[in-house]
Design a protein around this ligand. Structure first.
Ligand SMILES: [Mn+2]
Length: 338
């Protein structure tokens, strides 16, 4: 679904653009936002990037970071004015407006033209124009493709390229997920050709872990990782007290679930985190097994086939029990997964 001509038309006239992305932005969310911002500025538009929440420290190197406005209560007036004044709002890397939290009502009410650029399944019908492809590995890939299709690939510079490369690298798990197509590699190659250096980006994002976070991970792997071999399933539960004890910050639990998935023989993994007001679940799987189906059927969630999320209003223990109780429904599928 790609309203390319409408987007081309929209961008003919210089205007005030607001770019936003999902809460707790990851490298694809922020990288595609800043990559697009760089492009739109070159096209003569006034651009502001607003995120619904803050994001981890290891993303703040991205070009344009200093101009990002991360929503917090004291910025409500400023942000609502920006949204009101925008001629168009680009919504990146999310498919449902509830992913932008406090910004949702403001964006919904805004008269700006809304453009959705995303690769998540089943986009909500809130946007005037969409540039959406669930087979894309990252929104950064779509930003590259959009700029290319608009005939402006030559406008992508190293600073923008680094942002897009970061999104591509992280959403593909460093080019190892099944979503990594030939096109993904070609995009990466083109970014390298214009001067993007891969190693510094990799180091800034991955080899930039605080000692507290690393010790937290050590504790989780030693004490909290449970393997259920009969279902080829592994999972982690994290209590509020543990988050506190390790002074866990936003993003610190990011990626932990992948360790569970890396256990020999395991084809599905989950992490259950007590966030106080709700239990957040994050799922990973390999091959054909769809954690998206499981998350949407049992945990009010959604996502991709191999990476999905969900939530409950239960206690951590009851959520864990519910998860273990649904496993038998998937027994055969789990055993068959290759
Ligand atoms: Mn993404």
């Amino acid at each position: 679904m790609q309203d390319l001509d409408a987007i081309r038309e929209l961008l003919l006239k210089p205007q005030t653009v607001l770019i936003t992305t999902h809460q707790n932005p990851d490298a694809d969310a922020l990288g595609s936002s800043l990559g697009l911002a760089g492009y739109l500025k070159k096209r003569g538009h006034r651009v502001t990037v607003v995120t619904p929440t803050d994001y981890p420290e290891n993303l703040t190197w991205m070009h344009g970071n200093e101009e990002v406005i991360a929503f917090e209560e004291k910025k409500r007036v400023e942000v609502s004015q920006l949204i009101e004044q925008a001629d168009s709002i680009f919504c990146l890397d999310f498919s449902a407006l509830n992913r932008i939290r406090q910004l949702e009502p403001m964006v919904r009410q805004s008269r700006a033209k809304k453009v959705l650029i995303d690769h998540h399944l089943e986009p909500e019908a809130f946007a005037d124009y969409v540039y959406w492809d669930s087979s894309a590995a990252a929104t950064a890939e779509l930003i590259f493709r959009l700029i290319d299709q608009l005939g402006d690939k030559h406008l992508i510079d190293v600073a923008m390229g680094e942002c897009l490369y970061a999104g591509l690298m992280t959403d593909t798990g460093s080019f190892r997920h099944a979503s990594t197509t030939g096109y993904v590699h070609r995009v990466a190659a083109e970014l390298l050709d214009i001067g993007v250096e891969v190693n510094p980006i990799h180091r800034r994002i991955y080899d930039n872990i605080s000692i507290e976070k690393l010790r937290f991970l050590g504790y989780i792997l030693a004490e909290k990782l449970v393997v259920v071999p009969e279902y080829r399933f592994a999972y982690i539960t994290i209590t509020e007290a543990e988050l506190k004890r390790f002074r866990s910050k936003a993003g610190d639990t990011e990626g932990m679930v992948n360790y569970a998935l890396s256990v020999e023989g395991v084809v599905m993994a989950a992490i259950l985190i007590d966030r106080g007001d709700e239990i957040k679940l994050s799922f990973r799987s390999v091959g054909e097994f769809s954690v998206r189906d499981l998350a949407s059927r049992h945990f009010s969630g959604g996502g991709h086939r191999n990476a999905a999320g969900g939530r409950t209003a239960l206690s951590l223990r009851d959520t864990e029990e519910q998860l273990l109780n649904v496993l038998p429904l998937y027994h055969e599928q789990l055993l068959e997964t290759v």
